[in-house]
Design a protein around this ligand. Sequence first.
Ligand code: NAD
Length: 351
Amino acid sequence: MEGNLFNCQIKNPRILITGGAGFIGSALIRNLLINTSCYIFNLDKISYASDLTSIEETLKKLGQKNSSRYKLLKVNLLNSNDTYSAIKFANPDYVLHLAAESHVDRSIEGPKVFIESNILGTFNLLESVRKYYSNCDPRKKEYFRFLHISTDEVFGSLGSEGNFNELSRYDPRSPYSASKAASDHIVNAWYHTFGLPILITNCSNNYGPWQHAEKLIPKIIINALNKCKIPIYGNGENIRDWLYVDDHISGILKVLNEGEIGEKYCIGGNQEKTNNEVVNSILAILDREVPQNYSYKELITYVNDRLGHDKRYAIDSSKIRSQLNWKPKYSLKKGLICTVKWYVENFRRKI
Ligand code: NAD
């Protein structure tokens, strides 16, 4: 990554990342540890979804001199005192907010924790950051940014035509997407009402190494490797746009560095596929990589559709592409090969 990653003219910026023990947050932290000299504060409550292994392994590889560049702050955003103390301690130049309950199926089984973490947690964080920001010196106020990471699911479901973009109407359908939509609105309000320098990104489905086994792509790979049935919701014709996690990270950093305060950016991989297509591609890779005397495709089983299952998501990323000169590097084909190979080598760690 480029040397001039951050525009604030500070030699070693201090970055507070919430949810840094999760799938995308830990990929972001690994990237920043390897490619920059910034200081990273990982605020995370540490839940079932957290895994610090990849960060610890990266720190080990980088050696002792880098260990002071990373600190875990085990804090639940629902505790406003702890949240404010963590922010004061970190004294950040940037805040990247990724902490959230993120699994749609869990939000259907138990929505309360989603409302708490994603809405109240975001509110507490914003209030703490607002207090912190109001005490920052004028120079820091110039470059300080709060970047909220959100999802395209806030826009609801598409028919067979059209794409979501920054102007799409909010129309969330699941408790997860409704809680994320609420958090987007709250973040936006803190910009308009209090002048907090925020940015928002809405991205499509991420995948890649180190994702939790409950999510679609790891679940397919792990079930196949364990010779278990591979469940597909409904008829498998639901369509998603897939974004390789490293491409999402490069988009986040672009927006943080060059995005306009108060603006929103949609980030997508431009890789729309039905769930059937994704599952079949993964199983074809596994048939080549770990051949059996049967095809993994024989393990596919169709199960009752998810309640309120959105039919199609697709993202129009032309704003970030044209204004910030960002584009994804991974086709779904290339990203799936990397991901499947990683799980084949590491899947015992993620089950
Ligand atoms: P994840 O579930 O893997 O990780 C989330 C992390 O947030 C966990 O470590 C968890 O402990 C932490 N967390 C949750 N509630 C918290 C709280 N109250 N206080 C402190 N920490 C808390 O999620 P992910 O897939 O890495 O997603 C990160 C962000 O990106 C989320 O905001 C999610 O909505 C968004 N997003 C994800 C995807 C995707 O495909 N994974 C797509 C679009 C947007």
